[in-house]
Design a protein around this ligand. Structure first.
Ligand code: HEM
Length: 368
């Protein structure tokens, strides 16, 4: 229920240990002047810093003839480790604000991946705001009030929610399971070690552009699961799809969740114990390419056309340069992953998450 500091070298919500809920929104700017964008980020910074501490978005005016300043639904609630993380999409750098020459080279247009079925309503955006918290109402409140502040300058493009098992349901903090029933996050890099985070997550001052130093690139993919098909496939099929055991999360043929994959192990017939087309065998990238995954499950009612559950993974990952990390990894997965039989990517976004702000500064002050 505590406070995760908002100000710092890096934005919170990236290497921060995962909270229970995510409420993420993308905005398109309606403002036409850079000065208005700057004002928006200044107001957003102040509001996000306050809400992170469990405070209202701003002091009330006490004028009964005006609408209340804060929408009110988080009054009296604890901070719940809420974090707010801001990022910029490629479209932010088009001709509108004169920032085209500042577009970071790693902020590419993502290529089309095999079997993508991207929907406009879950894709793109000039700006992303990721809110995570250990309470869904606290998270919603923050996004709602940031959207309110944006009125006249930016409009919502999409909002997506996600969850995982709450920390209350698993006080031991073991690896959470995704909606396919498997432990998800086991082999994430140990970004609590600064050298690991610098290598994999944070843009460095030696990287181009310098104003991104301390920031990171976020990839969002809304990945729908074909739950009904998955639920009808055998345990063997399921375990071969991931390359891990369902119950323990251990690599196939091993017993400990955190045992090494050892992808070159062969069975009696000389076949790899972990199938070469399994999700972990491919995503491992020979141990050379890594990303920080920070995704949540989503459940979005039902698909009225098929009568099936609309549920899956709101995949979020952070990396220092998607051209060298996420993109080659997803190309490899899209081409051959056994998991593809059970999933479809239906939403997408790539965002340059700005460096952190220091008190007195604002998110984006290294750029505009
Ligand atoms: C590992 C699930 C999509 C990258 C895993 C594991 C599971 C899993 C259960 C094994 C446990 C672990 O180490 O966390 C899923 C599901 C997906 C999905 C259900 C889609 C619905 C993706 C995507 C990427 C990705 C799109 C990146 C492009 C990875 C990586 C690993 C991994 C890097 C660790 C591989 C290693 O052990 O070295 N995933 N994943 N996953 N996944 Fe995914």
């Amino acid at each position: 229920g505590g406070i995760v500091p908002f100000y710092g070298k890096h934005q919170a919500g990236v290497i921060t240990p995962m909270q229970d809920f995510i409420c993420m929104g993308a905005f398109d700017l309606t403002a036409t002047a850079l000065a208005d964008v700057r004002k928006l980020f200044q107001s957003w910074t102040a509001a996000a810093a306050r809400m992170t501490e469990g405070k209202n978005v701003d002091d009330e005016s006490d004028n009964p003839h005006l609408p209340p300043v804060d929408t009110g639904e988080s009054m009296g609630l604890a901070p719940m480790r809420m974090t707010v993380t801001f990022g910029l999409g490629a479209s932010f750098f088009d001709e509108r604000f004169g920032l085209a020459s500042k577009r970071p080279a790693p902020l590419v247009d993502l290529p089309h991946f095999n079997s993508d079925d991207l929907r406009k309503e879950w894709t793109g955006g000039d700006i992303v705001v990721q809110v995570c918290a250990n309470d869904p109402q606290v998270a919603f409140h923050a996004l709602r009030n940031l959207a309110r502040i944006a009125r006249g300058k930016a409009v919502l493009r999409w909002v997506q929610d996600g969850f995982q098992r709450t920390n209350a349901a698993d006080p031991t903090g073991s690896t959470p399971r995704n909606l396919m029933g498997f432990k998800d996050g086991t082999n994430n890099p140990k970004v609590s070690e600064p050298a690991v985070a610098d290598e994999i997550v944070w843009a460095q001052s030696s990287d181009d552009p310098a104003w991104m130093a301390g920031g990171s690139y976020m990839v969002m993919r809304r990945i729908r699961m074909r739950i009904e098909i998955w639920d009808r496939s055998s345990l063997d099929d399921q375990e071969n799809t991931f390359g891990r055991h369902r119950l323990s999360g251990a690599p196939l043929g091993k017993t400990g969740e955190f045992d090494d994959l050892e992808l070159d192990r062969k069975d009696g017939q000389g076949k790899p114990v972990i199938p070469a087309a399994s999700h972990v065998a491919l995503a491992n990238m020979d141990g050379k390419v890594k990303i920080l995954r920070r995704g949540y499950s989503y459940s979005s009612g039902m698909d009225l056309k098929t009568g099936q559950l609309d549920a899956g993974l709101l995949f979020v990952c952070f990396n220092r340069d998607p051209r060298k990390q996420f993109i080659p990894m997803q190309q490899k997965l899209a081409a051959a992953d056994l998991l593809n039989e059970y999933i479809t990517h239906v939403g997408s976004g790539l965002f340059a998450c700005l460096p952190g702000a220091s008190e007195g500064g604002y998110i984006g002050d290294t750029l505009f």
